[in-house]
Every structure is written in structure tokens, then in C-alpha cells.
Design a protein around this ligand. Structure first.
Ligand code: 13P
Length: 255
């Protein structure tokens, strides 16, 4: 499939940054700068910022996402947030399986899969993150790691549901380090992810999936990364907290 037919998506992942009033201020800066974007623009914000963020982006082309969700509808899960809570606020996307969740909070492929299925069942669009550690790349098992994550994280996700799934390839060694994967490295793994999807589903289904790159993507390198045929967008950490930088990446994706 022609890349131009896939939905290009630039999503900010704010991580644990910005209070609700700071979120409003940042979104008020971002929205006018991206109003003519020719791609989908999303800000994934901390739970407590969601209501303010939805309010600040009302009537704009910026959509709001969450940074995680639980798989149960309700119950004794202290500190967790359900898909229903997010839906009621007007959230459309949810980041799942981020490497920071996997590294610091014991997230596994099994729990990522449970969250992914719950999100899809609730009508949320999951942005499922996969990526290898530095030593896994050095040991030359990047493809094995990615293949395993894709297979397990999407276990039992139907072809129809796959239409609402976004995959983010985020090499863990490139996150917040200023070390970006080269455009060729990003393309190589994003193409491999698409090939895995084709194996698990079929080529047409795989061709329709938006695959983002994430890991120190910024206004200086976005053009080159996004020029690659299998890199359909970006999941942006640090640079998504600076309106001008985020807007420049959106512009690069809109070409
Ligand atoms: P940075 O852009 O800060 O490297 O973070 C990437 C990321 O983790 C997005 O989810």
C-alpha cells in the first residue's frame, strides 16, 4: 500500500509532566500552530490533565490520549484507571506498553495484551509500544524481541480491531537519550513490524496499520525519519513539551 494512504499520526507523550493549568497553557500554544496539519495530532497527557486538555482542545484538530489504562471495568485496583473513565472524558487514544511502564512498573507482554484488548473493546485506539533494549540490539536479537512483543501484545486482537491499533517502535536506547535511531534503522524495524503483521494477519491488514517511530524524535530529525516508507508518524516525548518543536514535527508529517 502507498504510504500516503495510511493515516500519519504525530502524538506527544507528555509522560509525568505538566499540571492541569500548565497543560492548558501548553495546549493553548500548540493548537494554533498545528491547526492546518495534514496528519492526525494527539497529545497523550497525565490522567489528571485530561479534563483540562479536552477543554483546551475543544473545536480544534488536536485529540487527547491517555498514557495507560487498566483492563478491568472497575474493581479493587488501587491507583488504576479504567477504559470507561477515559471514554467518559472524551479520550480517543491510549499509549500502552511504553518501555517506561515495562522497565519501572513491571508491565509484561501479557498485561500489555490485556490492556490492549480492553481498550479496543471500549472503543479506544491503543498506541502499542514495542522496542528493544540496547544490549538486545548489541546481541543482534532486535527482530526476535520485536516479533515476540508484536505477537504477544496483539494476541487475540482481530483483523477488524487491528484497524484501530497504532504501533509505536521505540528503541529503548533512544528514549530520552538524545540518541536517535538513524532513519535507516527506524525504517528497517518498522518494515519488519509490518512484515510480522502481514504474517499474523495478511498483507492488506498490515499495510493499513500506522507505525510510528519514537525515541528522541525532534524538529531537526523528523523530516528524515518521516520520509521513510514504513515510518508513518512519531511518538514524541521531550520535544512534545515545547510547542514550536512539536508543531515543526507535525509540519514535517504533513508534507
Ligand atoms: P523522547 O522523545 O523524550 O526520547 O521520548 C520518546 C518516548 O518515549 C515517547 O513515548
Amino acid at each position: 500500500m502507498d504510504k500516503a494512504k495510511r493515516k500519519a499520526i504525530i502524538a506527544g507523550n507528555w509522560k509525568m509532566n505538566k499540571t492541569p493549568s500548565e497543560a492548558t497553557a501548553l495546549l493553548n500554544q500548540i493548537t494554533p500552530l498545528v491547526s492546518d496539519a495534514d496528519c492526525e495530532v494527539i497529545a497523550c497527557v497525565p490522567y489528571v490533565d485530561i479534563a483540562a486538555a479536552i477543554e483546551a482542545t475543544k473545536g480544534t484538530n488536536v485529540k487527547i490520549g491517555a498514557e495507560n489504562c487498566h483492563w478491568a471495568e472497575s474493581g479493587a485496583f488501587t491507583g488504576e484507571i479504567s477504559t470507561g473513565m477515559l471514554k467518559e472524558l472524551g479520550v480517543e487514544y491510549v499509549v500502552l506498553g511504553h518501555s517506561e511502564r515495562r522497565q519501572y512498573f513491571g508491565e509484561t507482554d501479557e498485561t500489555v495484551n490485556k490492556r490492549t484488548k480492553a481498550a479496543l473493546a471500549a472503543g479506544l485506539k491503543p498506541i502499542v509500544c514495542v522496542g528493544e533494549l540496547l544490549w538486545e540490539r548489541e546481541c543482534d536479537i532486535t527482530e526476535e524481541v520485536i516479533a515476540r512483543q508484536i505477537k504477544l501484545d496483539l494476541w487475540d486482537v482481530t483483523e477488524d480491531e487491528l484497524k484501530n491499533v497504532v504501533i509505536a517502535y521505540e528503541p529503548v536506547w533512544a528514549i530520552g537519550t538524545g540518541k536517535t535511531a538513524t532513519a535507516d534503522q527506524a525504517e528497517e524495524v518498522c518494515a519488519f513490524i509490518r512484515a510480522q503483521l502481514a504474517k499474523l494477519y495478511n498483507q492488506a491488514a498490515a499495510d493499513g496499520v500506522t507505525i510510528q517511530y519514537g525515541g528522541s524524535m525532534n524538529d531537526g530529525n523528523a523530516d528524515e525519519l518521516l520520509s521513510k516508507v514504513n515510518v508513518d508518524g512519531g511518538l514524541i516525548g521531550g520535544a512534545s513539551l515545547v510547542a514550536e518543536k512539536f508543531a515543526a514535527i507535525v509540519k514535517a508529517a504533513s508534507k
